[in-house]
Design a binder for this molecule. Structure first.
Ligand SMILES: [Zn+2]
Length: 381
């Protein structure tokens, strides 16, 4: 069930929502109009943006923006070329000046992702590393101990065989599509993989700060917690709304799974917390929106049983935008899938990306090769 905040708390939290993010300076307090001109001067220049963040859906873009420590104005020296159709948001998390873009509304999939990335790298040539952050489907195998739930986080990680993303429909790729000429998809840059190892080690010692970041996001943007009919908020949606059915049992129709037979549900161990778990592994990426458990399982059979996630954009990026892929789990790619968990899943993915960026040292990014140069080399190899 989507939560709604108690009335008093809503009033308490409502105030920050009226403060546009653009009016905060680097220390958080509001700026007066007098200070505004000063802040304009300190806006980073185009070439100080070294990290690109790509979202696919508008709700993923919203989660990304809501996670920024500070939102920036357009860089004063940035003039968007007419060939660049992206729409950008600029801001800062930790050490990093970040440029965010989402795919054109209603146009998804790897080609759209590749085009967005290409235009971003051409407009911001100093970008060195990237993040693809959004929602995806989990491929759970509870009987094998792979217990992934809705609202969990999946992060691409190379496994020796792949760079962390497998393109499952490469054989069907159409001619003329960029970034899929190579059969082997690239690995994320070393700076990202080092930070990933550090974050994994940190999580052995202390818990992830994702739950705190989610609470902070709602505190700063209480509107995001609100549910409207057919539009649940960016908050946890309840265990009772997370149902994993046997692959051979199709959705019975009707609203969500109200008509589906609960005896066909796969029993899973109770968790002692509803906070997101983080899973590292290989992501299977292709253009098909999968809504059928038998098709899902066939794809995984071909792509490799180590794949823990299905999504639609990453395969368009790995060779054109060296990046880490972070996915919040919104469904199981079966006929029971619905949109209920999408906003919360987008929020958990963005929160993980933020935790990751806080641990990623700015100087490591600065030392990395420019993404556009890596791509240029791949294109000519
Ligand atoms: Zn169902």
């Amino acid at each position: 069930m989507a939560t709604s905040l108690p009335c008093a708390e809503q009033q308490e939290l409502a105030r920050p929502a009226t403060m546009p993010l653009q009016t905060r300076d680097s220390n958080g307090p509001l700026l007066s109009n007098i200070a505004y001109a000063e802040r304009q001067i300190s806006t980073p220049s185009r070439d100080q943006y070294t990290l690109g963040w790509i979202a696919a859906l508008p709700l993923e873009l919203a989660a990304a923006i809501a996670m920024l420590d500070h939102r920036h104005e357009k860089p004063p020296d940035f003039a968007q070329s007419s060939s660049d159709k992206n729409s950008y948001t600029w801001g800062r998390i930790g050490d990093h000046n970040i440029v965010i873009s989402s795919l054109a509304a209603g146009v998804y999939g790897k080609v759209s992702a590749a085009t967005t990335a290409m235009q971003m790298l051409s407009s911001f040539p100093h970008i060195r590393v990237g993040l693809m952050v959004g929602i995806g489907a989990a491929v759970p195998r509870p009987e094998q101990g792979r217990d992934i739930r809705l609202g969990d986080i999946i992060v691409s990680q190379p496994d020796g065989q792949s760079g962390g993303v497998v393109q499952y429909d490469l054989g069907k790729a159409k001619e003329g599509e960029d970034f899929q000429r190579k059969g082997i998809l690239n690995m994320p840059p070393e700076a990202l993989l080092k930070a990933l190892a550090n974050l994994q080690a940190q999580h052995e010692i202390q818990p992830s700060i994702v739950p705190d970041l989610l609470k902070d996001m709602i505190k700063r943007h209480p509107h995001m917690a609100r549910s409207k009919p057919g539009k649940p908020g960016y908050v946890y949606q309840g265990r009772e709304n997370d149902r994993l059915f046997n692959a051979l049992y199709p959705h019975a129709g009707g609203f969500e799974c109200n008509n589906c037979n609960s005896e066909e549900m796969i029993a899973r161990e109770d968790r002692d917390s509803d906070e997101p778990e983080i899973h590292y592994g290989v992501i299977a990426s292709g253009d098909m929106l999968v809504k059928d458990a038998t098709i899902r399982d066939r794809i995984i059979q071909n792509a490799g049983d180590e794949c823990i996630c299905l999504e639609m954009e990453a395969a368009g990026l790995m060779n054109g935008f060296p990046c880490l892929v972070v996915r919040g789990v919104c469904d199981y790619a079966d006929s029971h899938k619905n949109d209920r968990w999408q906003r919360y899943a987008a929020a958990v993915a963005a929160a993980y990306a933020k935790e990751f960026l806080v641990i990623l040292p700015g100087e490591e990014v600065e030392k990395s090769e420019k993404a556009a140069e890596i791509v240029g080399r791949l294109d000519h190899s």
